[in-house]
Design a binder for this molecule. Structure first.
Ligand SMILES: Nc1ncnc2c1ncn2[C@@H]1O[C@H](COP(=O)(O)OP(=O)(O)OP(=O)(O)O)[C@@H](O)[C@H]1O
Ligand SMILES: [Mg+2]
Length: 282
């Protein structure tokens, strides 16, 4: 990690309009991301690193530790330096990730599998605390009038049907695989998870895939991943995926509701939230 940063220059990664918006929101006191910033670091005009500035040294340390534990890989930019509240990772040359490209199912499966195959620990669903979390989320959604009594009961029954003896795995996961957080490498065409703050060391394995499924991953892409996982011996993760998907959906709707209340003073798009939960009932 002998990086000579003094000789290098830095430029913001965000386009000018986004920076102006951030400055404006800051002045209004409505900027919630604090000092968080992403910059590219250049050596003689060539991008070499991405520098991520966090709100605290603690956050930077957490991400640095996860990257160190993950190790060098084509699927995640390598950590090169860590100081105070900032980390430096390799710049990866590539182009925007296109979920519809023909080789994408294979590429995406490789990338997610590299996370799922890292060491993980098994925990029985009944001992994981996640069932209790889901019941709490349902209670909160009912209090805020998102769920009526019938839908609340139906969702609680759906959760109660899961076998508490099934094993969940906790370990490496890429927590926010939206298309903008993935990159197609120029050198090999592989998918690289560039938004390093989302590399989790003790995440629920499979949660990232469930999130990708909710955003851009189609049914065929998902089954390609699950088949690949089965072949690699990740049976627990495949068996628990139905639970993981239910968990992801309820957590997401609950988070959206909490954000609505915090920033808008009340629930918005209630029907869309109900639809998302209703589809869990099949
Ligand atoms: N290691 C990298 N190599 C090359 N380009 C990168 C790298 N990391 C990020 N980028 C580019 O910078 C953009 C923003 O990066 P990143 O996703 O890390 O920021 P961010 O934290 O998500 O910011 P925000 O949350 O506001 O979107 C990416 O969409 C990508 O275009
Ligand atoms: Mg991002």
């Amino acid at each position: 990690m002998a990086v000579r940063l003094q000789a290098l220059t830095e430029r913001p990664v965000y386009p000018v309009m986004r920076r102006m918006r951030r400055a404006f929101m800051r002045r209004l006191g409505r900027w919630s991301r604090g000092a968080y910033d992403v910059r590219l670091v250049y050596d003689h005009g060539e991008p070499v690193y991405k520098k991520v500035v966090f709100n605290s040294a603690h956050q930077a340390g957490r991400v640095a530790a996860a990257l160190r534990a993950y190790g060098e890989s084509v699927f995640v930019p390598s950590l090169r330096h860590h100081a105070g509240n900032a980390i430096w990772v390799d710049y990866v040359a590539g182009h925007a990730f296109d979920p519809n490209a023909s080789d994408q199912p294979k590429r995406v499966a490789e990338c997610f599998t590299s996370f799922a195959l890292r060491p993980s620990r098994g925990v029985a669903l009944a001992d994981s605390g996640l069932i209790e979390t889901l019941y709490e989320r349902l209670a909160t959604l009912s209090e805020h009038g998102v769920l009526d009594a019938a839908l609340g009961r139906a969702l609680a029954a759906r959760i109660a049907r899961f076998d508490g003896r099934q094993t969940l795995r906790f370990g490496f996961d890429y927590a926010d695989p939206i298309a903008a957080n993935l990159l197609t490498r120029a050198d090999t065409g592989q998918t690289c998870a560039i938004d390093v703050k989302n590399v989790r060391q003790d995440g629920l394995v499979g949660l990232g895939v469930a999130k990708a499924r909710a955003r851009w991953l189609d049914e065929a892409g998902l089954s390609a991943i699950l088949t690949h996982w089965q072949r690699q011996g990740l049976d627990d993760v495949v068996r628990s995926f139905d639970f993981v998907q239910v968990y992801e959906r309820i957590e997401r709707v609950a988070q959206q509701a909490a954000t609505d209340i915090r920033s808008r003073g009340g629930i918005r798009k209630r029907d869309a939230k109900i639809d998302k939960l209703q589809t869990l009932l099949g």
